[in-house]
Write a protein that binds this ligand. Sequence first.
Ligand SMILES: Cc1cc2nc3c(=O)[nH]c(=O)nc-3n(C[C@H](O)[C@H](O)[C@H](O)COP(=O)(O)OP(=O)(O)OC[C@H]3O[C@@H](n4cnc5c(N)ncnc54)[C@H](O)[C@@H]3O)c2cc1C
Ligand SMILES: *[C@@H]1O[C@H](CO)[C@@H](O)[C@H](O)[C@H]1NC(C)=O
Length: 515
Amino acid sequence: MEGDGVPRARSATSRGLPGPPLLAVLLLLLCGPGLGEPRAPPEKIAIIGAGIGGTSVSYYLRQKFGKEVKIDVFEKGKVGGRLATINMKGQDYESGGSVIHPLNLHMKRFVKELDLPTVQCIDGLMGIHNGEHLVFEESSWFIINMIKLVWHYGFQFLRMHMWMEDIFDKFMRIYRYQSHDYSFSSVEGLMHALGGDEFTGMLNRTILQSMQKAGFSEKFLNEIVTPVMRFNYGQNTGINGFVGAVSLAGIDSGLWAVEGGNKRVCEELLKFSKASLISGSVIHIEEKARNMQTGGPKKAYEVTYKTDSGINTDLYNIVMVATPLTSKTSRISFLNFDPPIPDFHQYHLYPLVTTIVRGRLNPPFFGLSATDSVGLSDILTTDNPNSFVYSISMVTPVKKEANLQSKPATDSAVWKIFSSGSLTKEQLNLLFASHDSVEEQEWLAYPQYNPPEKCPPIVLHDHIYYLNSIEWAASAMEMGAIAAHNAALLAYHRWYGSTEMIDQEGLYEKLKTEL
Ligand SMILES: Cc1cc2nc3c(=O)[nH]c(=O)nc-3n(C[C@H](O)[C@H](O)[C@H](O)COP(=O)(O)OP(=O)(O)OC[C@H]3O[C@@H](n4cnc5c(N)ncnc54)[C@H](O)[C@@H]3O)c2cc1C
Ligand SMILES: *[C@@H]1O[C@H](CO)[C@@H](O)[C@H](O)[C@H]1NC(C)=O
C-alpha cells in the first residue's frame, strides 16, 4: 500500500526528475505563481455523494494528498447511497448492493483496514422458473448436480467458467496498475489497458453476441445466462458483454458481505479519511477566479448547496462527482464553463423495486404440488411474459446473531424479491402460500445498458472528475471503488502535472518487465 501522501519514487524508465514537491518548487521559481498548472497542494476538495464511490475516493484522496487538505463530502440522503438496509420486524436486511466477490480487492482492503467483521453468503440451491414451472433445479448432492448440469447443458458450465476466468485474469490487472499509481482519463482507456481491443470490444457487443460468438447454446443462454442478467441487473442479454461477465461472477461461490450492512464500509471510510460530512444537496458548480488563502489568484470551483439552514456556497480546488449524472438522479448544473460541460440527458438509470417478504412460498406457483416443498433459496426467472419478478432469494438479517442459516424453505422465511415495479397484492398471493410482512424499497438502480456503450467522460474540467462514468461499463461496489482510486490518482497527477502517470500505453508489458 502507498504511503500517506508521499509520492512514490519514479520508475527507472522515467526522466529521473525529482519528485513532485521539489519539481513544483523549481517550476514555481522559474515561472512565478499563477502561470502553468497549479503546483502548491490543493487546500480544499469537494466530493458529491457519500456512496461507496464518494467515500472510497475520500480515502484515496487522503492517502495521496496527505493530511493537510480539507475534504468535504456532500450527501443529500443517507451515507451509503445504494448500499442500504431495510427494517422488517426489528431486523435489517440489505435492500441495495448486497454481495461482494472474493476477488474484489478494494472492498477486501477496506474491511481489513477498517476492521469490519464480514459474513459469508449462503451458497443455497438455485432454481430457474420459466413462468410455469422450474426448468432447472440444483440438487444438494454434488454428483447429482454435475450429472444434471451435463445432462441439460453439456459442458457449457465448465466452458463458461473458463471463459470468465480469462476475463477475470485481465480485469485483475487494474490492481497492479493502481498499486503502481497509474491512472486513466477515460473508461475506454482503462478497459483497453486491461485487455486491449477484446476488452473495449465487450462494451460494443451484447453479452448475447459475445457468448454466441464463443459458441454457447441457445438453451444455455435462455435458461441460465438470461436469468442471471435479470437477477443481477434487471435486464436481459442485450446488456454489454463486460457487465454481463460481472453479472455472471455474481453467482460464483465465496460471496461475502459486511456484518451490520455493507453501508458500514462507507460510514467508516468517511471517518477514517477525516472528511467532513455536509448534509445537503449540491445544486450547481461554477468556475471562479478568486484569491485563495495562499498563492496568487487561482481558478477555483464554487459549489452551491442547499441544507436545512438554507443555501450556501464554498470554494474548492478539486471537485469529485460521485453520483450518476442523469436526467433524474442528480440535478447538478455546471454554470458558465467554457467550453460548456456536456449535459447527461441521454443517460438513464433503470427503476427496480426490492421487496422483502416474510412468508411461505406457494409450491403450485412453481409447478409443484401443494404438499411439496420448494426447497430452493434462489429462484431466478427466464425472460417470458408470465414472469413478473426477476428473482426471489432467501435472505438473512445483516446482524449475525439472528442467522437463520439452515432453516428449511417450507417454514416461513424472509425472501428478497427484485421486480421492475411494485408488487400487487394478487402477485404476492401467487408467490406466497402465506405471508405476514412486506417492506419495499424503490431504486433507480443501474444504467440502462445498450451497447455499443458510450461511457461518459471521467474528466469534466481541469480539476472536476466524474466517478460514476464507470457504471456504464458495469455497476458494482468494486467498480465504484476502482473508479474512486483511479480518480484520486488522476486528480493527483493532473494537479502536479505528472502526465507520465496518466494513460500510459503498454502498461502490462511494462510492469511485467519491471519486476
Ligand atoms: C438493488 C441493487 C442491488 C445491487 N446489488 C449489488 C451487489 O450485490 N453487489 C455489488 O457489487 N453491487 C450491487 N449493486 C450496485 C451497487 O450498489 C452500486 O454500484 C454502488 O453502490 C454505487 O455506489 P456509488 O457511490 O457510485 O453511487 P450511490 O450509492 O448512488 O451514491 C451516490 C450518492 O450521492 C448522493 N447524491 C446524489 N446527488 C447529490 C447531490 N446533488 N448533492 C449531494 N448528494 C447527492 C445520493 O444521495 C447518494 O447517496 C446493487 C444495486 C442495487 C440498486
Ligand atoms: C467500439 O465502437 C466504437 C463506436 O461505437 C468504435 O469507435 C470503437 O473502435 C469500437 N471498439 C472496438 C474495440 O471494436
